[in-house]
Unconditional design. Structure first.
Length: 486
């Protein structure tokens, strides 16, 4: 096995994280597993998450069943993303590079393209919301605030992993105080008479809300190992799962339920920013502005997460064509490119935020349902966490250039979902028969997962495990020298 020779040294250059898609050696592992809790809680504790909770109310559902759909969707969708988080400490790799064993060295480009679309898409919506919130409270041009939010997020992403974790911990403390008071105020507002009527159940808005929430939570699956890969491998899968699961689920449930309550209270006059400000001002005049400014900090922090993950995905894609040396310069260039890709559309995009955001969330759900099934089945059932990490970076190695098993299971799983899709642009014939109700995830998950399990029976897992063990010592030695297998 030949090797590259990047510069030796620590994992940072002038405070900027150097490591990107390369393996993190044991001597650089650090942090506590509980840090996953505030990280994923605060990642959900921002206005974009709040907006997700409004879909059922806007679609004609009542508040009681909207809250039930939110809680059920969050508990279901978070289950998958948390299992992805547990992969990070065990493999020492970011999330998307782990797709190569299932999809192949080149085949993984399929899911990376979709992942990069997600990072850019969420950042467009996040920075638009940040611009609107700051324009409403501090005034000034929306576009100037969009640029400012993008630049600040890029700085946090550039410094990297440790700063992101630190920022999220401090923001969590502030959130618990400010939004604790705001939540009490919101749930003491007057609501329409039928808001809590159990007989007001409607399948279509309930399933739209459930699907949007579950999709939003599953969409985090492409991030999670990025922010757990520096943890020591002895933190255990169980602890990593639980801290990630409850941190993310509680943050989502809190903000989405708050969004549903605001939408029910405001009725036809509902506007994400204006309604939040008006509800906050019921505490005292000006408190709504304080809540909006703090919410903007949450949006900026999650935008930084998207830029960080987008950078790793872009580096992974480039590495498929030409070997990438893990340097600070590579991270800086790819983060700047990722920031620019979302900034330009954010400055130009039209109105009708909620409709566009709902369609985008559903698209993300459709694209990543079969991927999460394939990846989790491979990791927990087929290979059981045993990967030859050096071979992941070898274009002619063990996992091949095109992983037909993963690609076929993904495409067939997605195809099986088509009759069940329900969006403003396309509705499958089954969804039409169900009056617009979308149950596609309940089809895509088992179909893609079961197909991959069947296809993977021909994999010689024992032989792969022996190769992984044989390479482990050399891999650790090379990583400590800041080298990566070629």
């Amino acid at each position: 096995m030949t090797v590259e020779s990047p510069p030796a040294g620590s994992a940072r250059v002038a405070g900027v994280e150097v490591r990107s898609i390369d393996y993190v050696p044991l001597n650089e592992r650090h942090g506590k597993v509980w840090s996953q809790g505030p990280l994923w809680f605060m990642s959900n504790a921002q206005i974009a998450t709040l907006a997700v909770g409004t879909f059922s109310i806007v679609g004609g559902g009542n508040l009681l069943w909207s809250l039930i759909a939110i809680v059920a969707g969050a508990l279901f969708g978070t289950f998958f993303m948390a299992f992805h988080s547990a992969q990070g400490p065990q493999l020492g790799l970011p999330q998307m590079i782990q797709s190569r064993p299932q999809f192949g060295y080149m085949g993984a480009l399929l899911v990376w393209a979709f992942a990069y679309l997600q990072y850019a898409g969420f950042n467009i919506f996040n920075t638009i919301l940040a611009g609107d919130a700051l324009h409403t409270t501090i005034h000034g041009s929306n576009k100037i605030w969009i640029v400012a939010a993008t630049v600040l997020a890029a700085v946090v992403a550039l410094i990297g992993y440790d700063l992101i974790h630190g920022v999220e911990r401090w923001l969590t403390l502030g959130f618990l105080i400010i939004f604790g008071v705001l939540t009490i105020a919101v749930f003491t507002l007057p609501y329409p008479a039928a808001s809590f009527d159990p007989s007001g159940f409607k399948w279509t808005p309930f399933l739209i809300q459930f699907g949007a929430v579950a999709g939003y939570q599953i969409s985090w699956a492409i991030y999670v190992s990025d922010y757990s890969r520096y943890l020591p491998p002895d933190v255990t899968v169980r602890k990593t799962f639980l801290w990630t699961y409850w941190g993310s689920a509680l943050g989502a449930i809190w903000l989405m339920c708050l969004g549903a309550a605001l939408a029910a209270w405001a009725g036809a006059k509902f506007d994400t920013i204006a309604s939040l400000k008006a509800a906050g001002d019921h505490v005292f005049t000006g408190f709504g502005g304080i809540a909006l400014v703090f919410s903007t900090l949450g949006l900026i922090s999650v935008t930084a997460l998207n830029m960080y993950g987008g950078s790793l995905t872009l580096i992974s894609a480039i590495d498929s064509f030409s070997k990438v040396r893990p340097t600070a310069t590579v991270r800086i260039v790819t983060i700047v490119a990722t920031a620019a890709l979302s900034l330009v559309p954010a400055l130009l995009i039209g109105a009708n935020f909620l409709t566009n955001f709902e369609d985008f969330l559903l698209l993300v759900l459709y694209l990543f349902i079969p991927w999460t099934a394939v990846n989790l089945v491979d990791y927990y059932i087929v290979r059981r966490g045993h990967y030859a990490i050096a071979e992941i970076f070898n274009p002619h190695g063990l996992y091949g250039r095109w992983g037909w098993r993963g690609i076929a299971a993904y495409l067939l799983g997605f195809a099986a979902m088509l009759p069940f899709l329900s969006t403003s642009k396309y509705t499958g014939f089954v969804a039409r028969a169900l009056k617009g109700a979308d149950i596609s995830m309940f089809v895509g998950l088992p179909v893609a997962g079961l197909l991959y399990f069947v296809f993977a029976k021909s994999i010689n897992v024992d032989a792969e495990t022996e190769i992984a063990k044989a390479e482990a010592v050399e891999l650790e030695k090379l990583a400590m020298q800041h080298q990566r297998p070629e």
